[in-house]
Design a protein around this ligand. Structure first.
Ligand code: F3S
Length: 649
């Protein structure tokens, strides 16, 4: 049998380990990316490791999420990040250049490379035949040292796309259809590799909408072949020399196959409060919509925004709707401006926002209480928009524009009728602006060594976890339900994002919307355990969802299942992730029960641990779904201690 594209890239970066799905493999990483609201911890960790310079082919620090300088905290972060980048040989993408994923695929990505990014939507870059993996910030710091990175060898699922999308139906519908079928946790441990005549017909930005939002399935990543569409994209970026054809073998072996006929797709919506709660748009109850946001890294390509503009052309945003647009990169914004589409949007009464993540991560444009918000972004968890009482629906840019006009859910066809066909004529530009003056290149080594790192008052030291002990006798500080997201653990929003460099302050808000008393309770308990349901820690790669509980004394999370990136973050930050062997035991434990574990350090390597619930008087078994390497990290008391031991030794 032939090889999948995923396997070919993994083999070309292989260092050691097993290529059997589910087992651990170690790979060289070519590129890394970080962004401003997660990265301070990453660079503090890199400083603590003690190397003089990053050892990747290219690492980029993007300042893109929080550009609202409402007080000193965000500028403190940005100045620290810029100085750390200059010190350690990292590119900086300045505020206003664009959102990390859009800029990275356009200006740095190349087929066949592997990148690791401190953001769960790093798989965006899979659109050009790269293997791009979202991880926590500590893993990015590790990758920047050049040491081979561990990865659970994925199962590779072939998604065969047939046919063509009808006008008014967007690549968003393909990924929403995938989410409907696979669900938010069905992708765990998988890479989704797209092929077929329908895949070949998609342009790179359409592919990126799919690979970006593949993160919502919990997948390791998603990838498209590097073919003519990738060549066209790189040529338009003035980077055709970075192109190389990279396809799966014709008789490639896959672990599973999914087939989607694109002609049969219709406009869809992910309804509150999970991205897999997908319905045909025509079936969504026609309630008044308060807010429409066309933006985010997911769905603001040139063609996306141009199509939305054509829906709005000659019409006006409904007077009951607040409609905003944030385009993902400066080069796309300029192309749209050049071709008159920004005029169309503004003439229709839409408000143009900064080139940044902004509302996607609750930095501005919070919806009203009980307000219905329609967005082109990728997540609709409770509170994702900054108001847990709001309801977020995820749709395509065409549907979002139509909804803005109607004031309730509508598709492009509802507005344009037979004229919807004109949307099919929109193509990506043949050339993008290639002015990289918003990128700061790394300094030569000698000059870099002289750079002083600037630490404003918002930059606080990185907390380092304790090494685990043999005996644990601690209470349950929280019994959480299913699908707790990293947004539930550490809320998004301008206010909280800018606290991420200051754990003593931010930890006070840990779980504060989910359980406002958690932080105080956990602190008073001193050391504790969190009990969780299914898919604990889903959502973003935010490692603060591990750092804050660790800082509050949480030693273990015992859950029915734990999302991939969050599990890695727990390990890295010294919290032991444990899984109920029998899910029924979850029901028997109550918050504030005392749990006892004897000989913990002897049990950890066995990957099975007996826990005694002192309060209820029963024993139960938990599994450690961890690799040998992760076991060593756990026993060392987190990745920083482990890595220092390795590099020193
Ligand atoms: Fe930013 Fe939202 Fe994408 S926070 S990186 S636009 S998912």
């Amino acid at each position: 049998m032939g090889k999948s594209l995923t396997r070919k890239i993994i083999e070309s970066h292989y260092v050691s380990g097993s290529m059997i799905p589910g087992e651990e493999v170690f790979l060289y990483i070519d590129q890394t990316l970080t962004h401003d609201i997660n990265a301070v911890m990453t660079y503090l960790a890199f400083e603590a490791i003690g190397l003089d310079r990053v050892r990747t082919e290219c690492s980029v620090s993007y300042l893109d999420h929080n550009l609202l300088y409402v007080d000193h905290k965000t500028p403190d972060d940005h100045i620290y990040l810029q100085s750390a980048a200059r010190r350690y040989g990292v590119y900086v993408s300045r505020p206003g250049n664009g959102i990390c994923h859009a800029v990275h695929v356009a200006r740095f990505g190349a087929p066949g490379k592997i990148s690791m990014g401190g953001d769960s939507h790093t798989p965006h870059g899979g659109a050009i035949g790269m293997l791009c993996i979202g991880v926590g910030g500590m893993d990015v710091a590790t990758a920047m040292t050049g040491v081979p990175m561990r990865l659970k060898m994925p199962r590779v699922v072939n998604v065969v796309l047939h046919g063509r999308l009808r006008p008014g139906v967007n690549a968003k519908e393909i990924i929403l259809e995938m989410l409907r079928r696979v669900t938010i946790k069905g992708g765990l441990g998988n890479v989704y590799e797209y092929t077929g005549d329908g895949a070949a017909a998609l342009e790179v930005p359409e592919r990126a909408t799919i690979t970006n939002m593949g993160a919502e399935m919990g997948a390791t990543t998603s990838i498209f072949p590097s073919d003519d569409a990738v060549r066209r994209f790189l040529r338009a970026q003035g980077r055709e020399t970075d192109y190389r054809e990279l396809l799966p073998d014709e008789n490639a072996e896959y672990d599973e196959q999914i087939v989607i006929n694109l002609d049969q797709l219709e406009p869809l919506a992910a309804c509150p409060h999970q991205p897999d709660n997908v319905k045909p748009l025509r079936e969504v109850e026609k309630k008044p919509v308060q807010q429409v946001f066309i933006g985010s890294c997911t769905n603001t390509s040139y063609a996306d925004v141009a199509k939305a503009a054509l829906v709005l052309q000659g019409r006006h945003v409904n007077e009951t709707v607040s409609c905003t647009c944030a385009i993902a990169s400066r080069q796309t914004y300029k192309a749209l401006m050049h071709d008159g589409y920004i005029d169309m949007l503004m003439d229709a009464g839409l408000r143009m926002l900064e080139i940044a993540c902004g509302p996607c991560c609750a930095i501005g444009q919070t919806p009203a209480t009980e307000g219905i918000a329609v967005r082109t972004s990728n997540r609709n968890f409770k509170g994702r928009a900054g108001n847990p009482n709001a309801k977020i629906y995820l749709v395509s840019p065409e549907s979002a524009a139509a909804t803005a006009v109607m004031g309730t859910f509508a598709s492009a066809e509802d507005i344009l009728g037979a004229n919807v066909a004109k949307l099919a004529g929109i193509r990506e530009p043949e050339g993008y602006d290639q002015n990289d003056n918003m990128l700061i290149a790394p300094l030569p080594e000698e000059e870099a060594a002289q750079v002083e790192i600037v630490r404003g008052p918002n930059i606080r030291p990185l907390p380092v976890p304790e090494v685990p002990e043999q005996e644990l006798h601690v209470p349950v500080s929280l019994k959480a339900g299913d699908n707790v997201s990293t947004d539930d653990i550490t809320p998004a929003s301008a206010e909280f994002s800018s606290m991420r460099s200051n754990i003593p302050m931010m930890s006070k808000f840990c779980y504060h919307r989910y359980d406002p008393e958690f932080a105080e309770r956990a602190k008073a308990m001193g050391r504790s355990i969190i009990v969780g349901g299914e898919n604990y820690g889903q959502g973003s790669s935010r490692e603060h969802a591990a750092i804050n509980p660790m800082y509050l004394g949480v030693k273990c999370v015992i859950a029915k299942s734990i999302a991939r990136i969050h599990k890695g973050n727990l390990v890295n930050h010294g919290i032991i992730p444990m899984l109920f062997e029998d899910s029924a035991d979850y029901e028997r434990i109550c918050q504030e029960d005392i749990l006892e574990i004897h000989h913990l350090l002897d049990q950890i390597p066995e990957k099975r641990v007996i826990v005694h619930d002192v309060t209820q008087g029963f024993d139960f078994t938990v599994r450690l779904d961890l690799s040998e390497n992760e076991i060593e990290v756990v026993l060392s008391g987190g990745q920083l201690r482990f890595l220092k031991k390795q590099l020193d030794g």
